[in-house]
Design a protein around this ligand. Structure first.
Ligand code: ADP
Ligand code: ADP
Length: 229
């Protein structure tokens, strides 16, 4: 589903590349924790998958397509098939839960009847049944993140990218958020989650890919956050 083939990314203003000779293959349906200190290249890795950045060397393949050969006019189509969740939720403050999730479908021209059917299903899937009419500022941080996940997933993306999704959420609530991501993963969606949350990584024992100074230094199935070498 995602294949990095000897990818190096050097930003013009930096003397050290953000990613160096990264090789990794992520299969359809996998769940990956991407770990590593701040500045190790995690966000760059996610942005390359979205073609928000281009590799300086090497190739990124998504769903069998080499992104360097994907024409610019097809990039919106690629991004539509990849859901994104962020640390800071990024909800529309003047729309309620239903409208925030529905908006993701309205902008791609889905009919009102379809929206009326699938949005409540996804609101239930993320555990917000009964809260469709709440405004974001009436929700806890964990509930706001559930809305953001519902919005990212309502279009049934092939891939979900999550950048520190539990970074602003207390530990007990984070387990609930992680269960929602796990449930989405079990529908067949490939999930890549960049995280500093050691407790979550250690509790859920997924594949762990660790970056340090832009290089992969560990790729472990059913891994833990910090490895004693
Ligand atoms: P992480 O997400 O692990 O914190 P990043 O991918 O954000 O790592 O950053 C990796 C390195 O690339 C850092 O040295 C960072 O300063 C640099 N970097 C990231 N984005 C840019 C950018 N747009 N322009 C220049 N340098 C960048
Ligand atoms: P669902 O309601 O989606 O079925 P579950 O509570 O059954 O959610 O958990 C989903 C998955 O997450 C299961 O594979 C379970 O093993 C794992 N899981 C649930 N809670 C925890 C936890 N606290 N720590 C680690 N793994 C957990």
């Amino acid at each position: 589903m995602i294949h990095f083939d000897n990818v190096t990314k050097a930003y013009p203003t930096q003397n050290r590349p953000a990613l160096q000779h990264v090789n990794v293959a992520i299969d359809k349906g996998e769940f990956i924790f991407l770990v590593g200190p701040s500045g190790s290249g995690k966000s760059t890795f996610l942005r390359l998958i979205l073609k928000e950045e281009r590799p300086s060397q090497g190739h990124v393949h998504v769903a069998g397509k080499d992104l360097s050969r994907l024409s610019n006019w097809k990039v919106p189509h690629l991004r539509r098939r990849i859901g994104c969740v962020f640390q800071d939720f990024r909800l529309l403050p003047n729309k309620n839960v239903f409208e925030n999730v529905a908006f993701a479908l309205e902008v791609i021209g889905k009919p009102r009847r379809f929206i009326g059917k699938v949005v409540p299903e996804v609101i239930d899937l993320v555990g917000l049944e009964g809260k469709a009419h709440r405004m974001p500022d009436e929700l806890s941080g964990g509930e706001q993140q559930r809305v953001a996940i519902a919005r990212a997933f309502v279009n049934r993306p092939m891939i979900l990218l999550a950048d520190e999704p539990t970074g602003n959420i207390d530990p007990a609530t984070s387990i609930g958020i992680m269960k929602v991501l796990d449930r989405i993963n079990r529908t067949g969606t490939t999930v890549v989650m960049a995280t500093h949350d050691a407790a979550i990584v250690d509790a859920f024992r997924k594949r762990v890919v660790e970056l340090e100074d832009g290089r992969i230094i560990r790729d472990q199935s059913r891994g833990v956050y910090g490895q004693a070498y």
